[in-house]
Design a protein around this ligand. Structure first.
Ligand code: NAP
Length: 348
C-alpha cells in the first residue's frame, strides 16, 4: 500500500529491453513513485540505471533485498518470475509480470489495459501482462468484438527482433554489418541468420506440436483476455523479420454480424489507445518505424476480405516494448492504483 508520497516500485530485469523501457515509461507518466528499486542479475548488481534525472543502484534478488516493496514490475524471464513472484507477493508486493510463466494460471488475471481492466480486480498478488504480439491485437479487436461479435480470427505476424531482448538486437546489427562487409555471419540467438532474411519460427517448437510456443501463446491468450468460447476459431502464424522494434500483424477477422470497412474504420478511430492510419493510395498505413516509441497501436489497410462477406482484413502495428510490454505494465499499475488494488489480498 502506498504511503502519502507514493509507492516503492521494484523493476526486475531493469537492464533488459523491457526493463529499461519500463523505467522510461514510469518516469514519464505520472504514476506515484516514492522510490524505484531496480533488480537484475548478479552481473549487474552495484551498477546504476537511469530513472528520470536520477541514477539508481541495481540490486540482486534476495530474501532481504525484496523487503519493503509495494509493487513490482517484472521482466527477467519466466524462470525468474516462477521463482520470485510468489516470494515478492509473500513479502507484501503486488507483481505485474511480463513473462509468460503466470499468464495462463487460472487464478492470475491477464490484463490488457483498456480492454479487460475489470479482470485485474480478481488478483491474488500477481497480474500478468500478455505476450506483446497478442497485446496489440487485443486493442484492435475489442471494439470489433463489442460491436459485431467474433466468429474466427486468422493472424500472421511480422515480429521485430527486440521482442527477443537486447542480445537479439545486437545480433541483427552485427549480422547486417557483417553481410554488408562481405563477412561470414554467426547465428547465436536465432536459429538462422535473421539479417536480410525472415524466419517462420518465433520461439520454439515443442515435441509433437507443429505450432511454435509463440503461436500457442497468441491463440490461448487471445481466448483468455477476450473470454472467447471454443467455438471461435483462432489460427496464428508467427514470423520473425529483420526489424529492430515494432511488431506488424495481418489480421483476418470474421464477425458474427456484418461490419463494413467504413463502419470498422469509424469504430476503431474512436477507440482508446488506437490510431487509424488508412489512406493507402497516399502511402498512409501503419509502419513499424512509425510506431517505435509510441504508446498507441496503429491500424490501417482496413478492407473487406473478398472471399467472405463477414470478414475484414486489418494491418495492426505496435511497439512491442511499449504497449506490448512496458506501457501496458505501467497502465496496469495505474489501474491497480486507481482502484485501490495495490494490496496483496489476505489469504484464507
Ligand atoms: N522484448 C519484448 O518485446 C517483450 C515483450 C513482452 C514480454 N517480454 C518478456 O519480458 C522478459 C524480458 O524480456 P527482455 O526482452 O527485456 O529480455 P532481455 O533484454 O534479455 O533482458 C533480460 C533482463 O533479465 C535480467 N536477468 C537475467 N537473469 C536474472 C536474474 N537471475 N535475476 C534478476 N534479473 C535477471 C537481465 O539482467 P542482466 O543485465 O543483469 O543480465 C536483464 O535485465 C521475457 O520473459 C520476455 O518474454 C518481452
Amino acid at each position: 500500500m502506498a504511503s502519502e508520497n507514493g509507492y516503492v516500485v521494484g523493476v526486475v530485469g531493469a537492464t533488459g529491453a523491457v526493463g529499461t523501457t519500463i523505467l522510461e515509461v514510469l518516469a514519464k507518466r505520472r504514476f506515484p513513485v516514492r522510490e524505484v528499486v531496480p533488480f537484475a542479475s548478479e552481473r549487474s548488481a552495484g551498477k546504476k540505471v537511469e530513472f528520470g534525472d536520477d541514477k539508481v543502484e541495481i540490486r540482486e534478488l534476495g530474501p532481504e533485498t525484496i523487503q519493503g516493496l509495494d509493487l513490482v514490475l517484472a521482466s527477467a524471464g519466466g524462470k525468474i518470475s516462477a521463482e520470485w513472484a510468489p516470494k515478492l507477493v509473500e513479502a507484501g508486493a503486488v507483481v505485474v509480470d511480463n513473462t509468460s510463466y503466470w499468464r495462463m494460471h487460472d487464478d492470475v488475471p491477464l490484463v490488457v489495459a483498456g480492454v479487460n481492466d475489470d479482470a485485474a480486480g480478481d488478483h491474488n498478488g500477481i497480474v500478468a501482462n500478455p505476450n506483446c504480439t497478442t497485446m496489440q491485437m487485443m486493442v484492435a479487436l475489442k471494439p470489433i468484438l463489442d460491436a459485431a461479435g467474433l466468429e474466427r480470427l486468422v493472424v500472421s505476424t511480422y515480429q521485430s527482433v527486440s521482442g527477443t531482448g537486447r542480445e537479439a538486437v545486437k545480433e541483427l546489427r552485427e549480422q547486417s554489418k557483417a553481410i554488408l562487409d562481405g563477412k561470414e555471419v554467426e547465428a547465436k540467438v536465432f536459429p538462422h541468420q535473421v539479417a536480410f532474411n525472415i524466419l517462420p519460427q518465433v520461439e520454439q517448437f515443442t515435441e509433437g506440436d507443429d505450432y511454435t510456443t509463440e503461436e500457442r501463446k497468441v491463440m490461448r491468450e487471445t481466448r483468455k483476455i477476450l473470454d472467447l468460447p471454443e467455438s471461435v476459431g483462432i489460427s496464428a502464424t508467427c514470423v520473425r523479420v529483420p526489424v529492430v522494434t515494432g511488431h506488424s500483424e495481418s489480421v483476418n477477422v470474421q464477425t458474427e454480424r456484418e461490419l463494413s470497412p467504413e463502419e470498422c474504420r469509424e469504430l476503431l478511430s474512436e477507440a482508446p489507445g488506437l490510431v487509424v492510419l488508412d489512406d493507402p493510395g497516399d502511402g498512409i498505413y501503419p509502419l513499424p518505424i512509425a510506431v517505435e516509441g509510441r504508446d498507441e497501436v496503429l491500424v490501417g489497410r482496413i478492407r473487406r476480405d473478398p472471399s467472405h462477406e463477414r470478414c475484414l482484413n486489418l494491418w495492426v502495428v505496435g511497439d512491442n516494448l511499449r504497449k506490448g510490454a512496458a506501457t501496458n505494465a505501467v497502465q496496469v499499475a495505474e489501474l491497480l492504483h486507481e482502484r485501490d488494488l495495490v494490496r496483496v489480498p489476505a489469504r484464507a
